[in-house]
Design a protein around this ligand. Structure first.
Ligand code: NAD
Ligand code: UDX
Length: 463
């Protein structure tokens, strides 16, 4: 019976995933630990609006479980010592320097995590890779744990020997729907060699997941499947975005094309919404990792094929930025543009790799003044995302959509926040400079009603 779980990494995956396990397994005590004191403070905040991660449904579970069987702490040693199972949920971003820079995953956080586990491990522990990792990372973790199996323990006393098994259990949640995805997953993937440990991990999930949805594979298939799942999803977005440009040139309409092709069950109707390109911390990083792995194994055609998905994504963002300029009489210098949405998708406060960053950067460099409004993103996050551009004084953080649009020449809808649908667009039109433009990169607002108000409207994938 698993009694104690430790999750290392209290981020977008560690926090929500452990919250859902805690809710469904009241008999298991869970410690979520992190080196980031501020993050842990925020998880422990009495004001649930201050949790570090915004996800619909998360606050309710934290309210129910925190302080009972779910604890957030910086005491990594204690968490590891007590654990029967350790989930590694630390970040694995793309390497910025050195060998493989720009492609390979930076595994320094994984390594430091493995070293912490090696140091504090007690008895037999199942170490679970929850982070997304390059294939064969389990071998690295095993090497680190193997080499320090006896450190800190009495080697003469066999009962104090530290033993472990490594299991891969990648996470497939999408931000914005994380709680629902965790509560009702399409599948749970468990990869490993040790049947006993696999069954222990499976038992945790069986508390709320249909056993038929639990897929067991070997370690390497599990690690690779996670990268491939993200690559396939991202590929669909680049595919539909490439066609959006063709629609704009030919008179076809992207939503009609999406509907027509999506009606074919073999294609399916999900993930066919054209937009400003995919953002988020996962797709780009995981494809680049796949590209790196393919090159490493000498499979250059495979690498080139997948890299094109990332290239099209950037191209779509550049395309949107340049057509904004084109439509605003070829210049945005001294013009005010209101950016609606900074998170990479709706229902999350996460801004990592948000298309808004790239598009804003280009507009700021063209001399535009930008105002940002996002229902969940804080000013400090925008400061952080734009810190490498010389644009101080050229952008403003706004608390409402109307404040952002006051006197603006254009509104750019870059994130599909539900509340944008409820804006009184006729009132917004009245406070903008004319001609007033809407650039709807998500086909989110009814363009005919906007045109009737008097707006000039551009929507992605429409002539
Ligand atoms: P994150 O940056 O939000 O959280 C990672 C946390 O790990 C941070 O709070 C960091 O302080 C902590 N950390 C790093 N090293 C540590 C150490 N040695 N000891 C203790 N804490 C440490 O990252 P995330 O978005 O939660 O992603 C985590 C992993 O899950 C990544 O591999 C990612 O690719 C994968 N993943 C993410 C998502 C997603 O939607 N965000 C979905 C599926 C999988
Ligand atoms: C993704 C995967 O979906 C998830 O399974 C994995 O665990 C982590 O990576 P996430 O990045 O959180 O999740 O969100 P997702 O819903 O996949 O959206 C990613 C990006 O694609 C967003 O910028 C979104 O706006 C964009 N997108 C998505 C589109 O542009 N069109 C679509 O049809 C779907």
């Amino acid at each position: 019976m698993i009694k104690n779980i430790c999750c290392i990494g209290a981020g977008y995956v560690g926090g929500p995933t452990m919250a859902v396990i805690a809710k469904n397994c009241p008999g298991i005590k869970i410690d979520v630990v992190d080196i980031d004191i501020n993050r842990i403070k925020a998880w422990n905040s009495s004001d649930l609006k201050c949790l570090p991660v915004f996800e619909p449904g998360l606050e309710e579970i934290i309210k129910e479980c925190r302080g009972k069987n779910l604890n957030f702490s910086t005491d990594i040693k204690k968490g590891i010592e007590n654990a029967d199972v350790i989930f590694i949920s630390v970040n694995t971003p793309t390497k910025l320097n050195g060998l493989g820079a720009g492609y390979a995953s930076d595994l320094k956080w994984i390594e430091s995590c493995a070293r912490q586990i090696a140091e504090f491990l007690k008895g037999h522990t199942i170490v679970v890779e929850k982070s997304t990792l390059p294939v064969k990372t389990a071998e690295t973790i095993k090497n680190i744990l193997d080499s320090s199996q006896f450190i800190g323990s009495n080697t003469k006393n066999k009962s104090e020997k530290k033993t472990f098994t490594i299991i891969s259990n990648p996470e497939f949640l999408a931000e914005g729907s994380a709680i629902n995805d965790l509560q009702n997953p399409d599948r749970v993937l468990i990869g490993g060699e040790d049947e006993f440990s696999i069954s222990k991990i499976s038992c945790i999930y069986e508390n709320w997941v249909d056993p038929q949805k639990i897929i067991i594979t070997n370690l390497w298939s599990s690690e690779l499947s996670k990268l491939v799942a993200n690559a396939f999803l991202a590929q669909r977005i680049s595919s539909i975005n490439s066609i959006s440009a063709l629609c704009e040139s030919t008179g076809a309409k992207i939503q009609e094309v999406s509907r027509a092709i999506g009606a074919d069950k073999r294609i399916g109707n999900k993930f066919l919404n054209s937009g400003p390109g995919f953002g988020g911390s996962c797709f780009k990083k995981d494809i680049l990792n796949l590209v790196y792995l393919s090159r490493f194994y000498g499979l250059h055609e495979v690498a080139d094929y997948w890299e094109q998905v990332v290239k099209i994504n950037l191209w779509q963002q550049k395309r949107i930025y340049s057509l904004v300029i084109k439509n605003l009489f070829g210049t945005v210098s001294n013009k005010k543009l209101a950016i609606f949405g900074f998170s990479f998708k709706a229902n999350t406060n996460d801004t990592r790799e948000s298309p808004t960053i790239e598009i804003s950067r280009d507009l700021l460099q063209e001399g535009a003044t930008l105002t940002f409004y996002d229902p969940k993103v804080k000013e400090v996050q925008i400061v952080n995302e734009l810190k490498d551009i010389e644009c101080e004084g050229n952008w403003f953080y706004c608390k409402t959509s109307f404040e952002a649009a006051e006197g603006a020449d254009a509104v750019l809808i870059l994130t599909e926040w539900e509340e944008f649908k409820n804006i009184k667009w006729s009132n917004l039109y009245n406070i903008m400079r004319k001609p007033a433009w809407i650039f709807d990169s998500r086909n989110y607002i009814d363009s005919n009603s906007l045109k009737n108000i008097g707006f000039n409207v551009w929507t992605v994938g429409n002539p």
